[in-house]
Design a protein. Structure first.
Length: 121
C-alpha cells in the first residue's frame, strides 16, 4: 500500500456531523433576562451576569461573548443603555421593540384563533 492509497483510505471515513445546539444564543438569553427584570433603570451588567449564571450559562468562560452580545443588542436597538458606555452600565428593553413584539404576538394569536374557528365550522 502506497502513501497516497493510505491517505485516501483515511479520507473515506464517514464524517459525523455534530448535533445542532438546542439552547438559546447568548443574545436571546440576555434579552430574556432583561425583559424579566422589573427594575426602572434596567439591569446592570453584574446583575445580568448573575441571572445568566443562575440560568446555567457559564459566564466566566464566555465573558467576551456576553460583552459582544450586549454591544450588538444595543447597536440593533433591542436594548437601550441607561447608564455607562460600551458593555458596562445598565440596560433595559427598548420600548419600540417591546410594542412591536407585543403586536406581533397579538397578531399571531388572533391568526391562530381564526384558523381554529375555521377548523370547527
Amino acid at each position: 500500500m502506497t502513501l497516497a492509497e493510505s491517505v485516501q483510505a483515511k479520507k473515506k471515513k464517514t464524517m459525523t456531523s455534530k448535533p445542532k445546539k438546542v439552547s438559546l444564543s447568548v443574545g436571546e438569553l440576555i434579552v430574556k433576562a432583561v425583559a424579566a427584570s422589573k427594575e426602572r433603570n434596567g439591569l446592570s451588567v453584574a446583575a445580568l451576569k448573575k441571572a445568566l449564571a443562575a440560568g446555567g450559562y457559564d459566564v466566566d468562560k464566555n465573558k467576551a461573548r456576553v460583552k459582544t452580545a450586549i454591544k450588538s443588542l444595543v447597536a440593533k436597538g433591542t436594548l437601550v443603555q441607561t447608564k455607562g458606555t460600551g458593555a458596562s452600565g445598565s440596560f433595559k428593553m427598548n420600548r419600540v421593540t417591546e410594542t412591536k413584539r407585543l403586536q406581533e404576538d397579538q397578531r399571531s394569536s388572533s391568526a391562530q384563533q381564526t384558523s381554529h374557528r375555521e377548523l370547527c365550522y
